[in-house]
Design a protein around this ligand. Structure first.
Ligand code: TMP
Length: 227
């Protein structure tokens, strides 16, 4: 067996070995604070990619597998006990390990394009920017959990916090993360924008304050251009 990935984290001794890994599908992630219109635009994005003749798997994080969905429930529900920030981060990555291993990698290897509602950038933005966990710790977990698997493209739907929270507020009762204060989401948004600025070749930022039709057209153009 050929080792395809060895963690670059100095303290880690775990490597991942797989027989063959053909990463033929594209891995596309969609990110943004609550209320920016991810769900609608993911539907649209996926339909356009399908119309180009590719098979598409739409999935989400935290979640995307039966066990990861159970972890999601622990993360978003108002539980009976306090969830320390570190436990929140580790649960995000536990769900991600299931998702990457059991769903994302097999789909990509089969040539399916994966469109994922949030991925590790959400941990950087929410647990890093929002909660203040050092980015270095998050990147070590990312390296450990999904090593050489990075999104080919990340679409960041960006809108000011007030706009997003106002739209999200109309959707009903806020979950455990949505109840956070405005300042928390400002840090999340800032971190997303910093990530996009630091990796311009991977990120495309779409102004989600535009009317729905303009955002839809922007997403459509992206979907038609992905190689
Ligand atoms: P969703 O409502 O957009 O599906 O996401 C669920 C919540 O989980 C949302 O508030 C963002 C949060 N989240 C994190 O805090 N860190 C992560 O790594 C992921 C994937 C989501």
């Amino acid at each position: 067996m050929t080792p395809l990935w060895q963690s670059t984290c100095a303290d880690c001794v775990i490597g991942v070995t797989k027989d063959i890994e053909l990463n033929t599908g594209r891995f596309i992630t969609v990110e943004g604070i609550e209320g920016v219109g991810k769900s609608t635009n993911i539907e649209h994005l996926s339909r356009i990619i399908e119309s180009r003749g590719f098979k598409v798997l739409k999935t989400r994080e935290p979640g995307g597998t039966p066990m990861a969905e159970r972890i999601r429930a622990l993360l978003v529900e108002h539980g009976e006990e306090e969830l320390p920030d570190i436990a929140e981060l580790l649960l995000m990555f536990a769900a991600r390990a299931l998702h990457v291993n059991n769903v994302i990698r097999p789909a990509l290897a089969a040539g399916t394009w994966v469109v994922c509602d949030r991925f590790t950038d959400a941990s950087r933005a929410y647990q890093g920017g929002g909660r203040g966990i050092p980015m270095n710790n998050i990147n070590q977990l990312a390296d450990w959990v999904h090593g050489n698997l990075q999104p080919d493209l990340t679409i960041l739907l960006d809108a000011p916090v007030d706009t997003g929270l106002d739209r999200a507020g109309r959707r009903g009762e806020p979950d455990r993360i949505e109840v956070e204060r405005r300042e928390f989401f400002s840090r999340v948004r800032e971190t997303y924008l910093q990530l996009a600025g630091s990796e311009p070749e991977r990120f495309i930022v779409v102004d989600a304050t535009q009317d729905l039709e303009s955002v839809r057209r922007a997403v459509e153009r992206i979907a038609l251009e992905i190689e």
